[in-house]
Design a protein around this ligand. Structure first.
Ligand code: NAD
Length: 333
């Protein structure tokens, strides 16, 4: 494959535009085409990013033979068809989290990738955040001993829930921590117990707790919520503590990092996931993830840092969390 990776993006909503921005700023990637049924989104690609090939039907993008990699950034429950068709048309694929909201679909993606000899990488970008990645390294290097118990919190501003209640909170937020917990524990989950609460009466819980017990005895307590008041000005209020037999790794985001104080109050914006910098580069774990993937493809190596088997197990755990929180008690996988 040529050293420049030619990319197609399917789904150009909020996060798809972040993919476009980050790919656009990478030296060894070129966004050859984008697809979204909404013409206004295609106009953004044309005008802001100078993408010349924009399609309302993604099948036209997939018919092209000059595209190496497709990013699938459609709405959570609409990943299967573009992923499978992209693989069958000979492209490698990056599929956003959750890889699917259905276990059978996640397994199908993996099966088709193997059958076609193409790569499908799950978009679990926190594995590319140096803070989370360094916890994994500390575990692997024996710096905190064997993991015993983990606590992971993910909290977002209330106004976002109007959009993201479209999917159960486990697939939207907690899936990040499920992936980290599986990655750190290096084991499969044996039992799941979860609780959800919806102060607004929504079908998807605004507050979700889950306790995972792994086959090797590790415990993980996961907490996701959409309860940060908008006026608190804290984009991301996340926390992690991994207690090992020989030490602890932890960080908390709401009181650290960049703070802006002005007449409208205080804001604590994200600077770790994705930002556009003044010199037209992007920074954050999304960039690191895309860079890693393009590097692997350019060198003809498998992008195996995020295993698809882990992503499939993540969806299996998420399904059990939905059932348990709905009243089914403890679920044994
Ligand atoms: N990794 C992260 O931190 C992160 C952050 C945000 C979102 N996401 C994930 O990214 C995905 C997209 O989320 P979003 O917030 O951008 O949603 P969004 O609703 O803003 O965008 C989804 C886009 O997909 C388009 N779409 C729907 N059907 C399509 C089709 N058949 N062909 C092409 N495009 C189609 C829609 O028109 C829309 O523009 C989800 O899986 C979400 O969970 C990941």
């Amino acid at each position: 494959m040529a050293s420049t990776v030619r990319v197609g993006i399917i789904g150009l909503g909020n996060w798809g535009e972040c993919h476009l921005e980050a790919f656009h700023a990478l030296p060894h990637a070129e966004v050859a085409a984008v697809a979204d049924p909404r013409p206004d989104r295609l106009d953004v690609a044309k005008i802001k990013y100078d993408v010349s090939s924009c399609y309302t039907d993604y099948n036209e993008l997939l018919e092209r033979d000059d595209i190496d990699l497709v990013s699938v950034v459609t709405t959570e429950h609409l990943h299967l068809d573009p992923v499978v068709k992209a693989l069958r048309s000979g492209k490698h694929v990056l599929v956003e989290k959750p890889v699917s909201t259905r276990l059978s679909e996640a397994a199908e993606m993996h099966r088709v990738a193997l059958e076609q000899g193409r790569y499908v990488m799950p978009g679990h970008l926190l594995r590319f955040d140096p803070r989370y990645a360094d916890i994994r390294r500390a575990i692997a290097d024996g710096e905190i001993g064997r993991p015993v118990s983990m606590y992971m919190k993910r909290a977002r501003e209330q106004h976002l829930f109007a959009t993201y209640s479209r999917t159960h909170t486990v697939y939207e937020l907690m899936i990040h921590d499920i992936d980290l917990a599986v990655w750190y524990a290096q084991s499969r989950v044996r039992t799941v117990r979860a609780y959800g609460r919806s102060p607004s009466g929504s079908e998807a819980p605004e507050v979700l707790w889950a306790c995972l017990e792994f086959e090797n005895g590790v415990l993980a307590f996961l907490h996701s919520n959409w309860m940060t008041p908008d006026r608190a000005g804290i984009a991301i209020a996340d926390q992690i503590e991994v207690i090992g037999s020989g030490g602890t790794a932890s960080f908390e985001t709401s009181n650290s990092g960049l703070q802006l104080w002005n007449e409208t109050g205080r804001t604590t914006p994200d600077t770790n996931i994705h930002i556009k910098t003044l010199h037209k580069q992007t920074a954050g774990s999304l960039r690191e993830q895309l860079l890693y993937l393009c590097d692997c493809l350019g060198r003809g190596e498998a992008p195996d840092y995020v295993s698809f088997e882990d992503a499939i197990h993540g969806v299996e755990i998420a399904d059990a969390i939905v059932k348990s929180a709905a009243g089914d008690g403890e679920i044994r996988l």
